[in-house]
Design a protein around this ligand. Sequence first.
Ligand code: GAL
Length: 431
Amino acid sequence: MTKTRYLRVLAVALALVLAVAAAACGGDDDGGGGEEAGATKKKDVEVFSWWTGGGEAAGLEKIIAIWNKEQPDMKFKNAAVAGGAGTNAKAVLAQRLSANDPPDSFQGHAGKELLDYIKAGQLEPIDSLFKDEGFDSVMPQQLLDQIRYQGHIYSVPVNIHRANVLWYSPKVLQQAGISTPPKTMAEFITDLGKVKAKGQIPLSMGEQWTSKHLLETVMLGDLGPEKWAALWKTGADWSGSDVTKALNDYAKVLSYTNSDAPSLTWQDASKLVVDGKAAFNIMGDWANGYFTELNKKGKTDYGYVAVPGTDGVYMWLSDSFTLPKGAPNREGALEWLKLVGSKDGQDAFNPVKGSIPARNDADASKYNEYLQWALGEWKKDKLAGSLTHGVVASNAWNTDIDGALGQFLQDKDVAKFQQRLVDAAKKHATA
Ligand code: GAL
C-alpha cells in the first residue's frame, strides 16, 4: 500500500470511529432519554454532506443562513465529513445507514449513485413534496429522469455542476507562447509540452479522485458523448481501439502532471493555476466557487474553456438531498428539502458554490461571468453524465474502476488498465 493510500485508509477509519461514537451518544445534547430525548432531537435537523473545504463550505453557509432565519426553532446540525467528491463521507454514510443511524438528510448525486440508495430501501419517495412545491415544473426533465425510480421521485437537486472545464492561467500560457487555449486533445498535448519546456507545471492534479475526474473528461474528449454513453449501457464493451486511444491519450496527459499530486486536495491543485504556478487544471466548476472565495478574477487570474474535444458537450452532475427512511427529524428534513429546492435557496447557494441552479427560473444577474456562460451552455449543449460524481455508474462499479485506476497510476500499463476496465464493465453493465 502506498503512503498516501495508507493515510487515506487511516482517515476513513478515523472518520468511521468518530461517526460510530457520535451515534452511540445519540446526538442527545442534554443526556436525557426516551420521550424527552426525542423532543430534544426534533429541534435539530442533521444534514450530511462533504462540503467542508474552500468554496464548498461557503456555499453551504449561504443556505444555512436562510435556514437560521426561517427556522429559528430548529437548529441546523452540520454533519459534513471532509474530503473532496465525498471519498470519506460516503464510507461514513454507508456505515451510519447500515447501523440504522441516518442523518435527517444526506447529499447524494443524481443518477446511479442515488439509485443505489433507492434500491437498498434507504430512501423515502418525496412525490408530494415535489408536487406541492412545484419542483417538477421548474426542473429540467433530463434531471428529473435521474432522480426518479419506478415512477417515484427520491431527492431534491440543489444544483447542476459542469465537470469538463479546463481552467488555465493566462500568464503561464503567455510565458509558454500559447496564444489561445487548446481545442483538441492533440493541441492540448502539444501545449502541455510547451509549458514543460519552460520548466513550469503543465497540468496540476490532486489526490486520486481528481485523476479519475481527469480520466473521464479526457475519455469524453476522445470518444464524444454517444460513445461515452454507450460505455454505461447493458452489455457495454470497453475493449475497442477507440477506448485504447483514449487511454493512451490519458497516459500522455497524466505524464505532464505534478509529482506531488497524491498529497494535494482539489483546492490545492486548482489554486496552482490561479497563483500562476501551473498552466492548466481540469476540474468541475466548484473550482469557480473556490476562485471567487479566493477573490481571484476571471480573465486575469484564470480563464476557462471546455476540456479539449468536448466543446458543445456538458458533462454534468447534480448534488441532491434525500429523505432517508427513519430520519429522526422527518418534519425538519422536509423543511430542509423545500429550502434546497426553492428559487431563493438555489440562488443563494449556487453563485457561491460555483454551480448553476437545478431550476430553470434562476435570477441570472446573481451569477458571475463564468456561471452565466455555464447557464448558456447548459441550454444548448449535448449532455454526458459524470462517472466520478455518480451519474453513470453505481458505487460498486465506481469502486472497481477506482481499483483499476489505482493500479494504473502505479504501473502505467495501458493494456492492463483497459483489460481491468473491460472486466469491470462485464461485471457491472448487466442490467
Ligand atoms: C462533487 C460534488 C461537488 C463538489 C465536488 C468536490 O462530487 O458533487 O459538489 O463538492 O465533489 O468536493
